[in-house]
Design a binder for this molecule. Sequence first.
Ligand SMILES: NC(=O)c1ccc[n+]([C@@H]2O[C@H](COP(=O)([O-])OP(=O)(O)OC[C@H]3O[C@@H](n4cnc5c(N)ncnc54)[C@H](OP(=O)(O)O)[C@@H]3O)[C@@H](O)[C@H]2O)c1
Length: 295
Amino acid sequence: MSADKILVLNSTGKVGRNVCRALVEAGYEVYGTTRSHKNTATTTGVQSVVCNYTLRADLDRAFAQTGAKKVFVITDYFAAAKKNADLEFEQGRAAIDAAKAAGVQHLIFMSVADAEFFDEHVKHVHAKVALEKYLHSAGVPFSILRPCAFFENLDDAANWNPLKKGVVKFLSLQNCKYCATYDIGRAAVIQLKDPDTWLGKSLDVIGWQGDLSEVAKALAKVSGVPVKAKLAMPIFLRRLFLKDLHHMFLYYEEQQGPRGTPEAFKKILPDALSAEDWFRFHGHYSNGEKIAANV
Ligand SMILES: NC(=O)c1ccc[n+]([C@@H]2O[C@H](COP(=O)([O-])OP(=O)(O)OC[C@H]3O[C@@H](n4cnc5c(N)ncnc54)[C@H](OP(=O)(O)O)[C@@H]3O)[C@@H](O)[C@H]2O)c1
């Protein structure tokens, strides 16, 4: 039945892979976009659709080819939009307009928790705020997910932060709110299965909070190896070279943002992953070695 088909945009990224996994586990027929012709979708049970998710013509073809009437929309300021918020907005708008033209019955848009509360230097959230607004008048049934920092940032070799045995690094040592991208997928399932509750609504995805020493303790518990907590770079370099992210972290550090809590999210998803759960779920260091010695 086409109603149970779902198209996931950018399905090979940190979010897409685990959103696909959660949707497959929930019984959906999952189609995932990738620009690659080599069928690179790494999630078991996902059918790859060759599509550049930033191009309207590709999106129209993907909807026609799959017959999906549900879609998970991701936009990306840093890679796909090349650090241009206007371009990210146009890419997101193309996805929303393509979904409307295809008669999509439920679009899930991934935004960012508290996107409207960061200062003006946090440019990677500008398009998210504008796209949330656009969705309200676009004429396609939608729900919004607003995740906080991903646990996946703790093992992100592409951004010079591979997870290695005995050390965990992040851009802040202070208290931070985290979520697993898998829980973004599980939250999407909750919204898709209960449109009466979730159409037109937003949900903050916040699974756990703690400072980096608590993250290190969680990894030590799972790995059985002592773990040091370290800054991925000194704060003065963060301020100089990562202005956008620096100001995002200032909102976390100085204003304890985002405002949502793990307690609130767990009322919707009671078994949201903690740091310890996430290290078990993730399972391996960046070099492929298993984290837990006894599995
Ligand atoms: N990191 C966080 O803590 C955090 C928290 C909240 C929200 N977010 C949001 O999450 C989004 C990023 O998602 P993600 O981390 O899943 O992304 P990601 O892992 O960086 O996505 C990587 C994929 O993007 C595709 N891609 C790369 N360059 C592209 C281009 N020029 N055109 C089209 N596709 C391209 C590639 O797929 P193919 O090669 O297969 O096509 C690649 O596999 C952003 O909007 C960010 O604001 C992040």
